[in-house]
Unconditional design. Structure first.
Lengths: 279, 279
DNA sequence: TATACTAATGACTACTCGGTCACTTGTCAA
DNA sequence: TTGACAAGTGACCGAGTAGTCATTAGTATA
């Protein structure tokens, strides 16, 4: 899919951005490192902004949909929290370059819609964690669940710094187990909430949460363009039809989703379709 | 003390940096906002880098020494944790502009020794929290105290985002109480540590922790230059003598420290001297 | 008022940056 | 071999930057 040039640029830019930051890295530096000319860069990306947007999109969609898939497919409640933490920190370790960029550029640095995009990804992640918390601890944490979510995010934030700042290899297994313990302790004992339901609604005020059908069709179209002819491509075509006018039964739709959701390029579209069809 | 011009620049630059980021803000913008010329800027600061360094120095020294003072002067253990959290988030709320800059520019954006400075401030903060944890929970948390410290820092990180991203006024009192509860719950129940003593030593490897006498004298000298003749100035002079050749008894030294540590310009030097003389 | 000195100015320099485009190179089918 | 078209090049442009310095304004002293 002539992605090679784009990928080459993205991989090299990722490292440079992680080292120096986005604004401190020039297009010249990127092209030098890739061994290509400046013109070639602008054949692949319309602008420098489009490049970092593509980078952020690529990693966050991958990460978010993977987590959601994990939570959805892990049937054993006893394992879930461990698997969640393990996957999170394993990802941070493997993609520490990207984690650095996220931390560095997480604010309204340049573009306004870039910020909105970041925020909506964060919301999706929070939603997934909330679903997990509700499933694991149920009504027992009804009043304190949002504080639990925030505590979990706090653990993630703090301990992920270890992977970013220190290059020491860390035992993700032990880390995950110790955080499972902390989380369960908090879930069992918290009485005093800070983040109430009203507060959450105040936060979400003004942030679009639902993905429109048009947006979904757009994502599907782009995904279809990216993948070769295969069972996944056919399944996605059928899902597109289903989206335009529903004809298939739920089990059939679910089966089509199963077909595509392990394909590397389909993870994001599968995540969005899962949410849309209510699986 | 002809600090007025410097302060004018620092206050306006703080807001611009918080809005747009350091690199995206030009010196021209700063001087325009201050209503001064570019030349006047360079009379106050040698470079743009020196400006942000001064900003970071000012706030972090203030914050660190204030926290340390709080922990040292609060005699009632039952109040300590609450007072700690309350002060932390109250500071974040009052200086949210600076908090934004810290988050945005917290990485090795430009200077290498800037990074080292940041890291050493972070270490000092961690040290203070550790002392607090040890004092409050003692041997009971001996194996898990570093995880407790990291959890506390995680809470601080996560909940402080609320002050930065959302402009809603938040009830710091309720927040502090709910975090006190979480912290005490964790302290009581954590069994599985992740951050062991060896790991901590691995992290601290290569980071200078002790402030040399020469550096201390330098800070004293600059502080003396900043403050007017007063009882504080005289006390600091005496402490300087004591540093060069010890003659006074411990109670006398402690008294001198008491004299200076509430003066706005002396908080940092008082913090360093407290640590040096072992109070 | 004249003098001396500091504070302040803004036009200016030297430079870097993102982005463009006329041009060259490589690769096909005819 | 030719021609057509896509892929790739890098000199160049305009905009904007940090930092400088000859000049001026303001002020206190003699």
């Amino acid at each position: 899919m002539h992605m090679t040039k784009k990928q080459l640029i993205m991989e090299n830019a990722l490292e440079l951005f992680a080292e120096q930051g986005f604004e401190a890295t020039s297009v010249q530096q990127i092209t030098d490192r890739c061994g290509i000319s400046k013109g070639a860069f602008y054949l692949a990306f319309k602008s420098k902004d489009e490049l970092i947007l593509a980078l952020i999109d690529h990693f966050t969609t991958q990460f978010t949909s993977n987590i959601d898939y994990l939570v959805n497919t892990t049937k054993d409640d006893d394992e879930l929290l461990y698997k969640f933490y393990y996957f999170v920190f394993d990802s941070f370790e493997r993609h520490s370059d990207f984690a650095k960029i996220l931390i560095k550029e997480q604010m309204q640095s340049f573009n306004e819609d870039f910020m909105l995009k970041m925020r909506s990804y964060d919301q999706m992640m929070e939603q997934t964690i909330l679903l997990m918390v509700e499933r694991l601890f149920g009504d027992a944490v009804d009043r304190t669940k949002h504080d639990l979510v925030y505590s979990i995010k706090g653990f993630m934030k703090m301990y992920s710094e270890l992977f970013i700042f220190y290059n020491t290899p860390l035992d993700v297994d032990v880390l995950a187990r110790s955080l499972v313990e902390k989380t369960e302790i908090l879930a069992k004992h918290i009485i005093t909430p800070f983040i109430t339901n009203e507060l959450v609604q105040q936060f979400q005020h003004g942030i679009c949460k639902e993905v429109s059908v048009d947006q979904l069709l757009d994502v599907i179209e782009r995904t279809l363009h990216d993948i070769d002819a295969s069972i996944e491509k056919d399944s996605l075509e059928l899902l597109k039809q289903e989206l335009l006018e529903p004809t298939l039964s739920r089990p059939l739709v679910k089966g089509l989703l199963e077909n595509i959701q392990l394909h590397p390029h389909c993870k994001w579209v599968a995540y969005l379709l899962r949410k849309h069809f209510g699986f």
